[in-house]
Design a protein around this ligand. Structure first.
Ligand SMILES: *Cc1c(COP(=O)(O)O)cnc(C)c1O
Ligand SMILES: [Zn+2]
Length: 403
């Protein structure tokens, strides 16, 4: 496997694994893979391997003999007929990332990231997180026998995610400030080589996250959908999906790309603002606020990559309000039996907006990536529903209670 880590902006090659941005221009890093050997393959050559991230090993830049895996990926793609009907479009598929080992898509990037940590001999890993990255990292560090440090923004992490990070044995530090402050601090710790940083700024994480797109293509038998809709926080995921699409085009497995459509919450939408101005760069939002804590991010690390992904596929960046997010979360639960956390529901809320604003055609075939499990945030679920009704243990009393 030929691979190198390069600056996304100036292409300088970076050898030191503890450097997380380009020393010349401060640009984002990216893994470049030699895909010549993959050009000899076709999708069906991989189909005898189990569905999941490691099926796509020819596209992964790490040594598979060192793999640390919890059998991540291989998540369902639900064809949602009720939802399509309600919204009035031809075909909606939901890629349910809540079915991953720790309940979010973060596991896809983490299996590759932690394998990279093992390759370089790291004994401690760390991240800043709105919750799901820390839950995932804590589990993979436990599996790999590494120390784990996670920095969480004080008071803003969903209960399920916090519970996971503590449960898997990470050292959890609650930081005064928001996610962007926590990230700055953990980057300093990485610079001092106290830990190996596994935020999505680490170029190996997006390499694992590419697999969500590979799986979607497998599940749709390589019939490319018109549009892929996903929530955008730090923008690692949308950038990874775009990289996967470019790689599939390069090896000749697809010849067109779906329109990548990123959804942000109205209180936290630096990339939507940039898109509306047709700008290639964005202005950070210092006070991001939304019920969808996983996308409560004012200064998206991979924001410029996301804008390129959107512009170059003819996609869009749109906002949805917290009310729309919560309504979409309920709709998916009650019409399709699929439970997702608020950030994930942003992609479903986005469908309505895209229709209302006349951006989306009713004949489109759409895939929504629903990034995390509803159980991550039980408080939000409960707050939206009426509490159980009380009754005596008799048939008559129960019938009265439910009528
Ligand atoms: C991390 C996360 C996101 C945002 O993904 P980015 O790669 O930061 O854009 C969205 N939803 C959930 C559930 C997440 O955990
Ligand atoms: Zn550079």
């Amino acid at each position: 496997m030929e691979r190198s880590v390069r600056c996304w902006d100036c292409h300088r090659e970076i050898e030191d694994p503890y450097i997380d941005s380009c020393p010349s221009c401060n640009g984002l890093l990216e893994v470049t893979l030699d895909l010549e050997p993959v050009k000899e393959l076709k999708p069906s050559d991989l189909s005898s391997r189990p569905l999941g991230v490691w099926r796509y090993q020819p596209f992964l830049p790490v040594d598979p003999s060192l793999a640390v895996s919890l059998q991540e990926g291989g998540t369902p793609l639900y064809r949602c007929l009720n939802l399509a009907n309600d919204i009035g479009i031809r075909e909606v598929n939901v890629k349910y990332e809540g079915a991953n080992p720790t309940g979010s898509f973060k596991d896809r990037g983490m299996t590759v990231g932690i394998t990279r940590a093992r390759e370089i001999g790291a004994d401690t890993v760390g991240c800043a997180s709105t919750g799901n990255t820390s839950a995932s990292l804590a589990a993979y560090a436990a599996k790999a026998g590494m120390g784990c440090v996670v920095l969480l923004p004080e008071g803003k992490v969903a209960l399920g995610k916090l519970a996971q990070a503590i449960f898997y044995g990470a050292k959890v530090v609650s930081i005064e400030g928001n996610f962007d402050d926590a990230l700055g601090t953990v980057r300093e710790l990485a610079e001092q080589r106290y830990l190996y940083l596994l935020n999505s700024i680490n170029p190996f994480r997006p390499e694992g996250q590419k697999s969500v797109l590979f799986e979607i293509m497998d599940q749709l038998y390589y019939d490319v959908p018109d549009r892929i809709v996903l929530p955008v926080g730090n923008a690692g995921n949308i950038s990874a999906v775009h990289k996967a699409l470019k790689e599939l085009v390069e090896v000749g497995w697809i010849d067109e790309m779906p329109m990548l459509t990123g959804i942000q919450a109205s209180g936290s939408m630096p990339l939507v603002d940039a898109f509306n101005r047709k700008a290639k760069d964005f202005n950070a939002d210092k006070m991001p606020e939304t019920v969808a804590t996983a996308i409560r991010i004012g200064n998206p690390v991979s924001g410029r990559k996301a804008l390129e992904a959107i512009y170059s596929t003819g996609g869009h960046a749109i906002e949805v309000t917290d009310e729309e997010i919560l309504a979409a979360q309920m709709l998916l639960g009650r019409r399709e039996g699929v439970g997702v956390e608020p950030a994930s529901a942003a992609s479903i809320a986005g469908l309505r907006r895209l229709m209302d604003e006349g951006i989306m055609d009713r004949d489109e075939r759409v895939v929504c990536i629903c990034t995390g499990n509803a159980l991550k945030d039980p408080e939000v679920m409960i707050s939206q529903c009426s509490p159980p009704v009380k009754a005596k243990a008799t048939a008559e009393a129960v019938m009265r209670a439910i009528s």
